[in-house]
Design a protein around this ligand. Structure first.
Ligand code: NAI
Ligand code: MG
Length: 337
């Protein structure tokens, strides 16, 4: 049986890293069919909208999408396509793994931290923002709901259970933001009781940042609200060598979108030097989601092997002297071999 997934090639370096990624998926014999959908600048030029309704319908039909980075035009009041997709499909869980790979500019070896970020509420609201008429006072709101907190915290514990992970750390600021962060923490304490085999820990966000930098190995799964998750997950990416290796998954009840965390990198687009690893790792997470765990792990093993043994094939951002194509060729050869 073949699965069809929706594919957004993306802007800037998107098409280059997507081609590399699809070549590796095909070399592994994943038996996936791709329906390419338009979004981003391409869609804007053709249809006057960054994400046409037909693209949303295709994603809804296949329920799984692999997405290249999209450029959000500056000015003109465009809201980020990523935020639009999250809202449209209620993609409430943002999973951001940070895993060490050999030969990268990372400060630590053997880091393996999974940040589970609430993706729909918290401080990322379009309503409840205002600037006083004299421009001297700005107000923003944070919304935390019991339902929203419970589903993300439960998601984190279920994931920990299914992946054999040992600990979940709830990151919060309940000591200061007593209402919203307090509610999140209360719900975390309640849900944790249903998972006695998983260690539960709570940590204030500022301390968590310091602890992550000093001793990242104490962390396993982190669950947190939208804004803290945004910041913490970038910090974790920095611990393992930066955005070139950072995948992200946006998961809801009816759809899931897998992407690289980095943007469309217009400064290097079309130069055949973009690193495809983050999108490849996102594709591996997608295969896990599609119950193809063995193929998923083969992608991660192939990346590790090529980084270890073929520096001349790896892209310059990872210290190599190769190109996007040579990196993809090496990965394809490893997967076929
Ligand atoms: P960026 O992540 O595109 O680039 C930042 C720096 O990292 C650049 O120097 C770039 O060359 C480098 N870089 C990024 N990905 C790389 C890769 N795979 N290989 C090698 N080097 C890489 O961030 P920037 O410049 O702030 O944003 C550019 C555009 O991307 C903007 O329009 C922004 O809105 C969009 N963006 C889209 C995202 C998405 O679709 N998920 C996420 C972040 C930004
Ligand atoms: Mg961010």
């Amino acid at each position: 049986m073949s699965n069809t997934i929706a594919v957004i090639k993306g802007d800037g370096i998107g098409p280059e890293i997507m081609d590399a990624t699809l070549r590796v998926l095909d070399a592994l014999g994943c038996n996936l069919d791709y329906e390419f959908v338009e979004a981003g600048l391409v869609a804007f030029e053709q249809h006057g909208t960054l994400i046409p309704a037909a693209s949303l319908e295709t994603i809804a039909r296949h329920r799984v999408a692999l997405k290249g980075p999209l450029t959000t035009p500056i000015g003109g009041g465009f809201s980020s396509i990523n935020v639009q997709l999250r809202r449209h499909f209620d993609l409430y869980a943002n999973l951001r793994p940070a895993i060490s790979f050999p030969g990268t500019r990372s400060r630590y070896d053997n880091v393996d931290i999974l940040t589970v970020r609430e993706n729909t509420e918290g401080a990322y609201l379009s309503e409840g923002q205002s600037l006083s008429e004299d421009g001297q006072t700005a107000l923003a709101s944070i919304r935390t709901t019991r339902k929203g907190s419970e589903r993300i915290i439960r998601y984190a514990f279920e994931l920990a259970r299914s992946k054999g992970r040992k600990k979940v750390t709830a990151v919060h600021k309940a000591n200061i933001i007593k209402t919203s962060s307090g509610l999140f923490l209360d719900v975390a304490r309640e849900v944790a009781q249903e998972y006695p085999e998983i260690e539960f820990e709570e940590m204030i966000v500022d301390n968590a940042c310091m602890q992550l930098v000093m001793n990242p190995h104490q962390f396993d799964v982190i669950v947190t609200t939208n804004l803290f998750g945004d910041i913490i997950s970038d910090l974790c990416a920095g611990l393992v060598g930066g955005l070139g290796l950072a995948p992200g998954a946006n998961i809801g009840s009816d759809a899931a979108i897998f992407e690289a965390v980095h943007g469309s990198a217009p400064d290097i687009a079309g130069k055949n030097v973009a690193n495809p690893c983050a999108l490849l790792l996102a594709a591996a997470d997608m295969l896990d989601y599609l119950d193809m765990a063995e193929k998923a792990s083969r992608i991660r093993i192939a990346i590790r092997a090529v980084l270890e043994s073929s520096r001349d094939r790896v892209t310059p951002d990872m210290g190599g002297s190769g190109t996007t194509d040579s990196f993809a060729d090496a990965l394809v050869a490893y997967c076929r071999g």
